[in-house]
Structures are given as structure tokens and as C-alpha cells.
Design a protein around this ligand. Structure first.
Ligand code: TRP
Length: 339
């Protein structure tokens, strides 16, 4: 049986933290055997809002390095940078020419983002078409997305169907959005009522960033908000959200059951001890990832090689697909060898 093909797009924003790692990245690493995965760092999507060029360049390489360091294995999955493969920008134009403007103007993410900006870029409106191409140029069956991206995958299906019916053939696979198996939902250490957030990750005591050193991690956990009681239990009681969050982090890292986790803490001497032991497993998990990350960032040639290999594998799938599209749409393909 052939494996289902999965396409994941990740925006290169900085400040990766424990919530990103336990909520998503750790699951991707685990799921590499079951499906055929494409992981794409979507730098072209980042350009739809103003960016500092050097920062974008750094964040793009940095995210790729984190994913490799966390265990995305180039022998099992394809990891690449979107702008390295010509099919994405080129094929987006072709899709633009069959996508009604009204479909894009209705997208809620566009409306929300546009409302916050004085000057709205054309690229922001076109964002979902670029995303549709990412998915359908790979004949992806599944697209793991959060609730906020579901509408874009529905639009992707509509665009693919429209192409298929306009040109009278089953050219594109119609992809399905899948809400990934819930990874751990990690809450802010300073406020366990709200999810750990990238935009707050610079605040002391809010997040554990993958870049933090063991001392900082220890300090962040030490400061973590708990309650005035002393019961170490999993609980939905808002009062116990801090303790619940600490146990949830421990559970996600150790892959143990709730009962096993509680057994591990049966002899804990209070919350101080709980925090210390949770910090220890987090440090033990992150330290080798951080080390591999540092090594990759210190060896640009090695990272470039891995990314070149990913881009080559990705291009081998999507570039011919876009060339076929051109032909179907009536463009004259160049004769190979003529410049
Ligand atoms: N829009 C997605 C996000 O912000 C990122 C993305 C771009 C994507 N292309 C994709 C996700 C293709 C899945 C498939 O999260």
C-alpha cells in the first residue's frame, strides 16, 4: 500500500518555544514513518506582510535548522524552503488565472489582517492561492492545519476542483484538512489560563524557548504559577491549571500515561520538587536538540546541503506538475536545451 502524502507549511517566525515543540514538532517527528511527509518553510508567505530582509533570511534558516535538530529526518521526510522550488511562485500565477477574486475577498484571515493595515498588499489577498499551490502541486492527500487555516484548505479544494472541471480531467488530487491528533496544549508558565505564545515569549517567566539555556529553563519553572494547595493531580479546575500544565508537560515529554506520571510524583515534596523534576526532563529533552541546532547553524555548508537535497526532492514532484499545468492551459513549453 502506498503511504498517504502529507503537506505541512510552517511560517518562519522566531521564538520557537516548548508549546510549539510539544504541540506540533514532536508529533511530526514521531509520524515520519506512517506517511510521506513534505515539510515546507513558507518564506514566500512571510513576504505578504512587511519583513526585515536580514531577519527573514535568518528566521528561515533557523526554523529549518530547528526542525532538523528536533528530528525531522531527511532520509524519511522532505524538508525544504518554499522559495527554492520554482513551482510555487510560478504555479501560483497559473492558479491566479482561474481563481475568482470574490473567493479571496471572502477569506476571514484576509479580512482580519487587512483591517489591521493601512496599505494592504496584493500578496496578502493572494496568500491562499499560494498556499493552495503548495498543497496541490504535490498531490497531497492530507494537510494538517489548525482551525484558523481550515478555510484556506477548503478554498484549496475549490480551486483544485475548478481546475479539474475547467480542463475536464482529474488533474489535481482534492486534499483533506486534518486537525492533527492533539499534541500537548502547553500553557504560559506565568499565566496557565492562556496558551504559551510566541509573541509573549520574550517576557520573563512566560515561555520556555528552545534557545534558553538550562539555567534559564530552571528559573522559568521555579517561577511558574501554581496554587496555594499542595495536591499534585491532573485537573480541569481553573485553580489547578498551573499544576495541570506542569504535569501535562512532563507527560508529553516522557510519553507516559497519567497514572504513570502521578506515580512518578507520589514521593514529591511539594510543588518546588514538582517544578524541579519537570524542569529536569525538559532540559534533558531540549539540550541535545539545542546542541544539534547550534552545530547546524555553525556549519552553513551542511545546512545548505540538507536544504538543497530537500529542494531537489520537492522540485522533482512539483516542477513537472506545474509544467503539465502550463501545457494543459495552452502555454507553449520551451524545448529543452534552447536558452
Ligand atoms: N498558512 C499556514 C499557516 O499560517 C502556512 C502554510 C502555507 C501552509 N502553506 C501551507 C500550511 C500549506 C499547510 C499547507 O499556518
Amino acid at each position: 500500500m502506498t503511504k498517504k502524502r502529507v503537506f505541512s507549511g510552517i511560517q518562519p517566525t522566531g521564538n520557537l518555544h516548548l508549546g510549539n515543540y510539544l504541540g506540533a514538532i514532536k508529533n511530526w517527528v514521531k509520524g515520519q514513518e506512517e506517511k510521506e511527509n513534505f515539510f515546507c518553510v513558507v518564506d514566500l508567505h512571510s513576504l505578504t506582510v512587511p519583513q526585515d530582509p536580514d531577519d527573514l533570511r535568518f528566521q528561515t534558516r533557523s526554523l529549518a535548522a530547528w526542525l532538523l535538530a528536533a528530528g525531522i529526518d531527511p532520509d524519511k521526510s522532505t524538508l525544504f524552503i518554499q522559495s527554492h522550488v520554482r513551482a510555487h511562485a510560478e504555479g501560483c500565477w497559473l492558479l491566479n488565472c482561474i481563481t475568482p477574486l470574490g473567493w479571496l475577498q471572502r477569506m476571514t484571515q484576509f479580512k482580519d489582517k487587512a483591517a489591521k493595515q493601512e496599505s494592504v498588499l496584493t500578496g496578502l489577498l493572494d496568500y491562499p492561492v499560494l498556499m493552495a499551490g503548495d498543497i496541490i502541486f504535490y498531490d497531497a492527500d492530507e494537510v494538517p492545519v489548525g482551525e484558523d487555516q481550515k478555510q484556506h484548505v477548503e478554498l484549496t479544494r475549490d480551486i483544485a476542483q475548478r481546475f479539474n472541471s475547467l480542463y475536464g480531467q482529474e488533474f489535481f488530487v482534492i486534499p483533506k484538512p486534518v486537525i492533527p491528533e492533539a499534541g500537548a496544549r502547553v500553557m504560559g508558565l506565568d499565566n496557565p489560563a492562556a496558551k504559551m505564545s510566541k509573541s509573549l515569549a520574550h517576557l520573563r517567566g512566560h515561555a520556555v524557548r528552545l534557545l534558553d539555556d538550562p539555567k534559564e529553563i530552571g528559573r522559568s519553572f521555579k517561577r511558574a504559577v501554581t496554587d496555594s494547595g499542595q495536591e499534585i493531580v491532573f485537573s480541569d479546575d481553573p485553580e489547578k491549571a498551573g499544576v495541570n500544565n506542569l504535569l501535562g508537560i512532563y507527560k508529553a515529554i516522557t510519553d507516559k500515561s497519567e497514572a504513570e506520571v502521578l506515580a512518578d510524583f507520589a514521593d514529591a515534596r511539594g510543588y518546588g520538587d514538582l517544578k524541579k523534576r519537570v524542569a529536569e526532563v525538559v532540559i534533558a529533552e531540549i539540550a541535545p536538540i539545542r546542541e544539534r541546532y547550534d552545530r547546524l547553524m555553525a556549519d552553513p555548508a551542511e545546512l545548505d546541503n540538507l536544504l538543497a537535497r530537500g529542494a531537489e526532492q520537492a522540485a522533482a514532484v512539483s516542477n513537472p506538475k506545474v509544467d503539465q499545468m502550463k501545457e494543459i492551459m495552452g502555454l507553449v513549453l520551451p524545448v529543452i536545451g534552447v536558452q
